[in-house]
Design a binder for this molecule. Structure first.
Ligand code: ATP
Ligand code: MG
Length: 434
């Protein structure tokens, strides 16, 4: 029996490529033949594991087009808006549905110059536009740039057109700078929902209107978490005509399937079709979980020298995926079930909330839970008996895992963070004989 040269932890290490290189050198000099064979097997596995981390990326948006799947409808709508003079786009949707990945896809388009700014909670109109102007390097042509002492061959950042220490206070400054630009540019502002300064929202709405009226070559793509456009940029009738509003829905099953099959193709692996269906079903339209579950299932297959991802690999992967879920998601669940006396009741009720059928906004009514809970408890259950728990789950000190929407007697509920809903389903996943 030969002791493995690498531990599982090492394999997971992001620096593993360096380790491989060192080990290759070592093997040439020190390892005996049988050890070398073992080493080569391990090396092949490790290379697959490295590729696996590139193909399945549960914790980061898709950065390159090679790993971006689906969303044809939304892409077409965004492209038509860009081609339409004076149109701007607002891309919104639930947390984690793939907005940044789509924004990255647009940012890497070769058809026009694009730049992406990721907003944060401290940003203002000035800081956002300054970052955008820092990114754009423009060729200078005679007459286009009113800067002293520049020759026609020079290029310059747009920010150099600002006066010394000038703040970008409002839309006229943006227009003044962008008037110097003669080619179409797409400005993408991602995570726009994070901005806390209300005035910035208003100034952006003004800028959209002003750009639409004056500079039809410039397009803004505003991206963020929201149920509707007003939530993201405020209620501004003036921009309705000049914006295309694109809601990014949860990912359809056939597109989630593509993430699995085309990703596995790159790893030269195949997957049991019922395992694939389970991953798609459990993902509930959230590609994060498709990546997470496929990644862990494939890792198990690779470690077991199998080219087929099967139900045993998947079964272990569910546990791995639970452990590897976002800390914030795990914490929400822990708070909701553990801070109360009757823990089991809360567990069942949260599971019922995750399993119940919802409307297009992911919401359900109190009464909708009755059948699911009755089935779960195997006895008739009345809404009065669980209304208290649902109320508690909306409170901050219980983690506010649920959000209450609407007016009294017509309340609807949904998971504050939809990724928690999928986590609850994973926690309650009972391996089915596939
Ligand atoms: N079109 C796609 N093809 C393949 N994977 C995708 C696609 N869209 C999203 N993903 C994957 O889904 C996960 C979430 O994607 P992303 O970060 O883009 O979502 P988001 O909507 O921007 O999230 P948030 O609301 O937190 O900003 C990531 O793991 C990403 O790799
Ligand atoms: Mg995002």
């Amino acid at each position: 029996m030969i002791t493995p040269s690498f531990t599982k932890t090492q394999l997971d290490d992001i620096d593993q490529q360096i380790e491989i290189n060192k080990a290759v050198a070592l093997s040439k000099f020190r390892l005996k033949k049988v050890e070398q064979r073992y080493f080569m097997d391990n090396l092949a596995k490790q290379q697959k594991i490295i590729l696996l981390d590139k193909v399945f990326t549960p914790s980061r948006p898709v950065m390159t087009r090679e790993f971006f799947f689906g969303r044809f409808n939304e892409i077409n709508r965004i492209f038509s808006a860009i081609n339409e003079e004076g149109k701007h786009i607002i891309l919104y949707g639930e947390r984690g549905v793939g907005k940044t990945s789509l924004a990255n896809f647009m940012n890497t388009s070769t058809q026009f110059l694009a730049t992406k700014v990721t907003c944060n909670r401290y940003d203002t109109f000035n800081t956002i536009w300054k970052r955008a102007f820092e990114e754009i390097l423009m060729p200078l042509t005679n007459g286009e740039w009113e800067i002293d002492n520049v020759s026609s061959e020079q290029v310059s950042l747009l920010e150099n057109l600002l006066y010394d220490n000038e703040e970008i206070e409002s839309s006229p400054t943006v227009i003044r700078i962008l008037k110097k630009v003669s080619i179409p540019i797409l400005f993408i502002f991602d995570e726009f929902d994070l901005i806390e300064d209300n005035l910035t929202q208003i100034k952006f709405a003004d800028t959209i209107k002003a750009l639409s009226d004056n500079l039809p070559n410039i397009t803004l793509l505003i991206v963020g978490i929201a149920d509707n456009v007003n939530e993201l940029i405020g209620n501004h009738n003036s921009i309705e005509r000049c914006t295309t509003q694109v809601k990014l829905p949860t990912m359809p099953d056939d597109e989630l399937e593509k993430i699995i099959t085309q990703g596995l193709e790159k790893l030269e692996l195949t997957i049991d079709s019922s395992v694939k269906s389970h991953i798609v079903e459990l993902s509930q339209g959230f590609p994060h979980y498709t990546h997470l579950l496929t990644k862990h299932s494939s890792k198990n297959a690779i470690y077991n020298n199998s080219n087929l991802v099967n139900k045993d690999h998947f079964k272990i992967a569910v546990e791995d995926a639970i452990n590897d879920s976002y800390e914030s998601v795990k914490e929400s669940y822990r708070k909701a079930v553990a801070t109360v006396k009757k823990e089991t009741d809360f567990r069942d009720i949260i599971f019922a909330c995750a399993s119940v059928e919802t409307d297009e906004y992911g919401t359900f009514r109190l009464a909708d839970l009755q059948n699911v809970l009755s089935e779960l408890k195997q006895k008739p259950v009345k809404p009065q008996s669980y209304a208290y728990y649902i109320g508690k789950l909306c409170e901050a000190d219980r983690g506010a895992i649920l959000q209450r929407i609407g007016v009294k007697n017509k309340y609807r509920y949904r998971f504050q963070n939809p990724l928690v809903k999928v986590f609850v389903l994973l926690k309650n996943y009972k391996p089915i004989t596939i």
